[in-house]
Design a protein around this ligand. Structure first.
Ligand code: DC
Length: 211
């Protein structure tokens, strides 16, 4: 049976993860958060002090890694890892490496009914032929306010203005990079997530009901 693929793209802190988790539970789809893979890789580069400006060093390190964890954790959600993940994501070799992990994951889990995958290039590059493509749209000030609350709630010290500045910087890095920049994927539905979560999932469930 053909596996259902739902893609969710959108900028930093747009709520992709929460939306993907909801879809995963309600529609019984396996959730893959591609941002976790970029964050895990960033953590490896940080711990091993890999010079991320040196493409040869990055390529050599990638050759040594055959699997990375798909597990989420607080220590890959820090501001430092967020920034580093966005920086390493500009390299084509890094993107190819992560894409391969995603294809393996989808092909390996054959018993699943389907997948909901979120990130920055999922509907535009990685799974172009997805059954449903969503693009999550939220203005930067609302994203910063939500991320600020999330960080404070998880015990991290935080300053709203700095978060807003970081979000705008990551938007710039993600949208302007040469390889697989963040775009609204062709054929995607733009979901307005400025309002309540209920309002957002109502928009999405109407689309999923039609598949
Ligand atoms: O979604 P996130 O905030 O966890 O992602 C962290 C960084 O990883 C993001 O700033 C850019 C990069 N990323 C990417 O380039 N492509 C993806 N599909 C997912 C994440």
């Amino acid at each position: 049976m053909k596996k259902l693929i739902v893609t969710i793209d959108g900028p930093a802190a747009s709520g992709k993860e929460k939306i993907a988790k909801y879809i995963s539970k309600k529609w019984k789809l396996n959730h893959l958060d591609s941002g976790i893979l970029y964050r895990r890789l960033a953590l490896i580069f940080l711990i091993e002090k890999i010079d991320i400006k040196n493409i040869n060093k990055i390529e050599n390190k990638l050759k040594e890694i055959d699997q990375i964890s798909f597990r989420n954790s607080n220590h890959i959600r820090t501001q430092a890892i967020s920034k580093l993940a966005s920086k390493i994501a500009i390299h084509n070799c890094v993107r190819r490496f992560i894409n391969k992990l995603q294809y393996n994951f989808v092909n390996k889990n054959k018993k699943m009914r389907g997948f909901v995958i979120d990130g920055r290039d999922i509907g535009s590059v990685v799974f172009k032929k997805a059954d449903l493509k969503l693009y999550i749209d939220v203005n930067p000030e609302i994203r910063a306010k939500r991320r600020y609350k999330q960080l404070i709630d998880s015990g991290e010290k935080s300053i709203y203005r700095k978060i807003l500045k970081d979000i705008k910087l990551r938007d710039k890095q993600d949208k302007l990079r040469k390889h697989s920049p963040l775009v609204i994927p062709k054929g995607s539905h733009i979901i307005n997530n400025n309002g309540s979560f209920k309002d957002t999932i109502n928009q999405i469930n109407i689309l999923l009901d039609k598949i």
